[in-house]
Ligand binder design. Structure first.
Ligand SMILES: NC(=O)c1ccc[n+]([C@@H]2O[C@H](COP(=O)([O-])OP(=O)(O)OC[C@H]3O[C@@H](n4cnc5c(N)ncnc54)[C@H](OP(=O)(O)O)[C@@H]3O)[C@@H](O)[C@H]2O)c1
Length: 235
């Protein structure tokens, strides 16, 4: 308890860094055969999770799992969603709505983590698209009314994630969602990857600018030949 100016007491604010034990959660990755999905699958499997790679074709998922090792498994996207506690959405923006619409039933009750960045590319480089719903994450929430939708992992480099020689990835992961408890689970998952810290970053209505920031990171990476991430200071 802390003292108030009036001399009374109020409950101490809950420690924002007290996160749940997520080590037993099964993680599925829709579109896990791609660069981002493979990278996240690899890191979370390396951290000790049971990880299921999802694909539109089960044999592609199994082939990716064989390559990644660390006990990863491969299934079609529906099987992946059914078997997993936490389902990361790592498909291209172009396939986002159709993929989630088809999996509405399998994703009911699941903690969904959307890492999709709606981007366009032209001769000037990458630029942020503005989805009708506001963001990819809000589109997911609209399409999956029975799922627990969060957004995270937007700013990670798939190159760094997939490189087995890299032990630590020094970056923060901004986590957004409507439920603090679900965000805490995703923050804790990010923290399972050495060097990463999951930071609560608001509700889904503020997901657009987090997704859009990737266009800036792509410009940074091109200018400096880097795989830039994001660090939030003074927290
Ligand atoms: N690459 C990065 O560094 C990075 C970083 C942060 C976030 N992200 C986000 O993560 C997502 C995936 O990125 P990525 O680079 O891994 O993409 P990607 O390799 O182009 O696609 C990922 C996988 O999605 C599946 N897929 C392709 N087109 C699809 C469609 N129309 N409908 C459903 N599934 C489709 C494919 O798997 P199957 O053919 O096996 O089904 C593919 O292997 C993107 O939304 C991106 O914004 C990427």
């Amino acid at each position: 308890m802390t003292s108030t100016e009036a001399g009374g007491t109020k409950p101490a604010a809950k420690d924002p860094w007290a996160l749940p034990d997520v080590s037993g959660l099964v993680i599925g990755v829709l579109g896990g055969t791609g660069d981002q999905g493979r990278g996240l699958a690899y890191r979370l499997a390396r951290a000790g999770h049971r990880v299921i790679i999802g694909s539109r074709a089960a044999d592609r998922a199994r082939a990716a799992a064989d390559e990644l090792g660390h006990g990863t498994e491969g299934m079609d996207n529906a099987g992946c969603a059914r078997e997993s506690d936490v389902v990361i959405v790592a498909v291209p923006w172009e396939g986002h709505a159709a993929t989630l619409t088809a999996l509405r039933e399998e994703l009911a009750g699941k903690l969904v983590v959307d890492c999709v960045n709606p981007l366009g590319f032209d001769k000037k480089g990458a630029y942020a698209l503005v989805p009708e719903e506001g963001s990819a994450a809000e589109q997911a929430a609209a399409l999956l009314p029975d799922a627990r939708v969060t957004a995270a992992f937007h700013h990670l480099s798939a190159v760094l994630l997939q490189d087995p020689a890299i032990e630590k990835i020094d970056t923060d992961v901004m986590v957004l969602g409507e439920s603090r408890a679900d965000c805490a689970i995703v923050q804790a998952l990010a923290g399972r990857i050495p060097g990463m810290r999951g930071v609560f970053a608001g509700r889904l209505r503020n997901a657009h600018q987090v997704e859009a920031l990737v266009a800036n990171l792509i410009s940074v990476n091109r200018r400096y030949s880097a795989h830039a991430g994001v660090r939030l200071t003074d927290i």
